[in-house]
Ligand binder design. Sequence first.
Ligand SMILES: [Fe+2]
Length: 607
Amino acid sequence: MKNKRILLSLYEFHTSSAAIAIDGKIVFACHEDRIIQKKNEIGFPLLSIKKCIKFACIQPEDIDEVIIVNDKDSFKNYNAIVNYLFKRQSRYSIDDWINENKNFWFKNIYENRKYKSYFKCMGGEKKVPNDHYIKTNFYDEKKSVEKNVISLFKEKILLVKRLGIKNAKINFVPHYKCHHYHAFYSSKQRNFNKSLILHCEGDGGKYNQAVSIPTLKGLKFIHGTNKFNLGRLYQWTTLNLNMKPYHDEYKVMGLSPYGDVQKSVKLSKILNKYFKVHKKKFVIEFKSKPKDMYYFFKKIYNNFRFDEVAGGLQHLIEKLLSEWVFKLTSKYRNRSEIFYGGGVAMNVKSNLAISKIKKIKKFFVPLSPADETNVLGALYMMIEKDYLQKNKSLKKIPSLSSPYLGMEYNSYNINSIKKYIGQGKVNILKLEKVAQDLNKGKIIARFSGRSEFGQRALGNRSILASPIYKNIQNKINYSIKSRDFWLPFGLTIIEEDENKYLIRNKFKSSPFMTTCYELKPKYYNFFTCGVHDKDNTVRAQILKKEVNNDYYRLIKELKKITKIGAIVNTSMNFHKYPIVETEEHALDFFKFSKIDGLILNEFYISK
Ligand SMILES: [Fe+2]
C-alpha cells in the first residue's frame, strides 16, 4: 500500500464518524454510534477508525494524512469544549436540556447574575461520561480558552499516534467547508461555471450559513455568517414542544402540516419580524435580536397549539430560505444549479420549497447533509488540494460512488442462524416468497450487503412493507417502531416509476431520501403508507438498478403482484437506538421485535 495515497478523516461531534480515501476515491465510511449502538454518539471515533483500516487492508502507518473536522474556530469559548466533554448533543435528556435553560441561560440572561461556569452549573466532572477515549482532565477554566483548545487538540493527536498512525500529517479543518465540499464533489453532475454551493446549520464553527462557488482552482468562499439562527430556533422550538433537540427536529417537521394553516401563517408572520435576509451580505440574521431562543419564543408559542407551532416554524423557514436563495440566484444569474448541505438541509420539506424557485435549474442535496457526512467533505477538501498540487483537473475528482460505504457482514449459515434465534424458519432467500409475504401485509426487515452511511436506511438495513396494504402504517408504528402517529414513513420507488407517482421536480431522481416529492393527485388515497396523510408529500428514495441491484429486484418482484414499483422503507432500529450494523444486531431485532421476517444476506428467516 505504500505507493497509494491514503487519507483518513474524523468527525467527533454528533454523529461521530470516520472515512477513508485511497488515491482520491472515497472507499469506506462508518458511524461510531452504529458500532456501539448509542444514538448520535459524540467523541473520538476510535472504533470507526479501526473499521476504516480493516476495510482498506492497510497498516496504520500507511496513512498519509489525517483530517480532523473542526479547527479552533469551532471551540471559541469554554461552552464549546464542555459540549464535547459532556457529549451534550448525544447524551442530554429532555430534562437536562430544560435544566440547562432554567439554571444557566435564564439566570444569566434574565436575572443578570454574574457569569457562572457552565461546566460547574451542569454537573462538572460528574457529568463527563467515563467512556471518552481521550483524557478529559485537561479542562481548566483558570486557563484561557485557547490554552484549553491546545490541550484538547494535543490529546487527540496523542490518541491518533497511539493507534499506530505515526507517519501521517494531522490537519484540523474548518467545519463549514466540509459541508460545502461534500455538497459539491459528492455529486456526479457538477458544472463549475453554473453552480452555487450553500449550507445552513445550527452550529458550524466560523460560519453556520455560507455560500461559495466552485472554481477550477478550488472552492471559493463568497458569503457567510455565524449569526444564522433559524437552525437554532428549530432546535429550541423542538425543546419547547417537549422533544429532544439535535434528535427530534424531524418530528417537528412531520407535525407541521397538521396545524391549522391560518394560525400557522399567523405565527410565522410574528416570528418573521425577528429575522431578515440581508440584501448585500446574502445571509439570514436577526433584525431584532430576542433575549434568548427558548424562553423568549416560549411566550409567543403559548398562544398557539403545538401543531400550529410546528406549522408556523416550518412556514417561516420555507419562506426565509426561499427568499435567501432567490436573492442569491438573482445576483449570480448564471449560476442556476444549487448544491445545498448542512443540518438545515435535512428538512426535506423546505428543500422542496426552495427548489420551486423558477431560476433554479437543478437542486442537489447530498447524502445525509448534516454533520455526520463532514468526514466525506473533509476528504474531498484534501483530494482537491492533491489534485491542484499535481495540476490535475478538478473536474476529474471522483464523485461519491454509492451511499453503501459501510461494512459488510456475512458469517452466518442456516445452522448458526437457527442456533442464534432459537425459534423460527430459515430458508435460502427466494424473492418471490418474500414478495408474497409482503403482499399479505407482513413486515420484513432487510439486512444485506454493505451498510448505508448517513442517517437514512436505503434498503440494506431497512424495514420493508407493502405501501398499499391496509393499516400497515399503524402496524409498523405501534408494534415495531413505537413512533409518533403523525410521522410518515418513506418510500423507495424504482426509477422507471418515479414519474408515474410523483410530480417532476428539480431533484432529478434523488437517490438519498434528502428531499420530498409531491404525489400526483390521482394517487391521493392510493397508498396506505409512505405518504404524508396531511399534505400528500413523499420522502422518496429513487432507486436505480445499478445502485443496488438486489434491492431493486425485490421491489420488481413485489411489483409483479401489486403492479406498483414502490415499497415502504424505514430504518431497522429499536426505538431510540441507531440503525443496526451487524448480523447479530439484525438477528436480535428479529428475535425481540414484532417483525414477521428478516432477509439476512442470502437467507430468509420467518416467524
Ligand atoms: Fe455542521
